[in-house]
Write a protein that binds this ligand. Structure first.
Ligand code: LLP
Length: 408
């Protein structure tokens, strides 16, 4: 466990539930560890801020020297406000509009383009610019079909076989292709997929075709265990192989290039918890249902991807185990964090913690059923602080009315 039971209880007592709590020291540790695993001098880590865009997390990583993987103009703006200089942001949107393209390009942020038609429009609008090209690595892996991004069944990236077409388009508009990019998927199950995707991208990255390369970006996807029985990836061995492959590539390319990765989950998943309080225990003919004061709009991964998230009963850790449906407060039957999960006896009022809630939980949240998102708190150097407050119901409703065109 990243934070102790006492720390989580302290946070719940201080700020109430539902509440996200993060461990800043662990996030910093994950960032630093990558440089131990991958010992390549030109390594740059572009944090995938879609995983968790809390400004305090962004600022922490900014201070550590990280860069950013941004996927929308909103991401770019927030990253800049958090202190990231434009040359540490790479913009990887898909299906962007002309307005988005122009706004981001004018801000000076490097654009990563994954469609031939967009590359053509970019070239026509901004001839002579620097650009990064996103290729589809043609490797299928990920922790859910919904998070696999490689292969021609997905919408992402330009197919590798189009590499010459990319070269020709770039030449037509005098574009300088300074980077090539791929992202295979999230929660990659096999380290071999990382290596294969790297090899596939490196195979098209010849100096004849792309002579101006400054970096190759191999995306994110580094897996972390969600289930206690799940093995942790041997990142030391994986990192050594990554370094070996890339060093050999640079030798054949003719000079040392930058090597980028864009981890999101790896950086923040395990540092976060969602704390919630059990309001109701129901016994439906022997099926025990624990009803909590959060719901799937606040942590949607189990519902959307069928993901396992470990749950701790902090209120009664030594209770006799029973099986529970752990559900939320949303008016939908599918509003479950876990089905028939064995947990120490849950009583009304108990505090539950959902683990691995640091990545793609708050950031995928919504106010469905009109409940404001939980507050977010953070431990940094042992100090607990509130890093985003929860809106009151009045503020949420005022915001809705304020945004409505015909307020009455
Ligand atoms: N780079 C690109 C271009 C991406 O699309 C993504 C994730 C990443 C990097 C970071 O991947 P990571 O290291 O976090 O696996 N909501 C899903 C994950 C969606 C990932 C989308 N793209 C989940 O909760 O599992």
């Amino acid at each position: 466990m990243s934070l102790t039971r006492e720390q989580l209880q302290e946070a719940a007592e201080k700020f109430g539930t539902p509440l996200f709590v993060y461990d800043a020291d662990r996030i910093a540790g994950c960032y630093r560890a990558l440089f131990d695993f991958i010992r390549y001098p030109g390594l740059k880590i572009h944090y995938a801020m879609k995983a968790n865009y809390n400004v305090h997390i962004l600022q922490l990583l900014q201070q550590l020297g990280a860069s950013i993987d941004a996927v929308s103009p909103g991401d770019v703006l927030l990253a800049q406000r958090a202190g990231f200089p434009i040359d540490r942001i790479l913009f990887t949107a898909n299906n962007m509009t002309e307005t988005e393209m122009a706004a981001v390009h004018q801000s000076g942020v490097l654009m990563n383009i994954g469609e031939l038609s967009r590359l053509e429009k970019f070239g026509r609008a901004f001839p002579g610019s620097r650009v990064c090209i996103r290729f589809n690595p043609d490797v299928r892996d990920g922790d859910s079909a919904k998070t696999m991004t490689g292969g021609d069944l997905t919408k992402f990236g330009i197919l590798l076989q189009e590499a010459d077409h990319v070269r020709d388009l770039a030449a037509r508009y005098n574009l300088k292709v300074v980077g090539l990019h791929e992202h295979t998927g999230s929660g990659l199950q096999h380290t071999e997929s990382v290596f294969q995707s790297m090899k596939n991208l490196m195979a098209v990255a010849t100096p004849e075709r792309f002579p101006d390369l400054e970096f190759l970006d191999f995306g994110g996807g580094f897996k972390v265990p969600y289930h206690p029985d799940e093995a942790r990836v041997d990142y030391v061995t994986m990192g050594a192989e990554i370094t070996r492959l890339f060093t050999a590539f640079c030798r054949s390319y003719g000079r040392e290039l930058g090597m980028y990765f864009e981890p999101g989950k790896y950086m923040v998943a395990e540092s976060g918890y969602l704390l919630m309080t059990v309001n109701t225990i129901k016994d439906n003919n022997g099926r025990l249902i624990a009803g909590c004061n959060s719901g799937f709009p606040q942590l949607i991964r189990p519902v959307l991807y069928n993901s396992y998230h470990h749950i701790l009963n902090l209120g009664n850790p030594d209770g006799t185990p029973h099986r529970y449906d752990v559900c939320g407060n949303i008016c939908e039957t599918g509003d479950l964090f876990a089905e028939q999960r064995e947990l120490p006896e849950i009583r009304e009022g108990d505090l539950l913690a959902i683990a691995n809630a640091g990545a793609y939980c708050y950031s995928m949240g919504s106010c469905y059923n009109l409940r404001p998102m939980p507050a977010e708190a953070m431990y940094r150097d042992g100090q607990l602080q509130l890093v985003r407050r929860r809106l009151s119901n009045e503020e949420l409703v005022a915001q809705i009315i304020g945004e409505s065109l015909c307020p009455r």
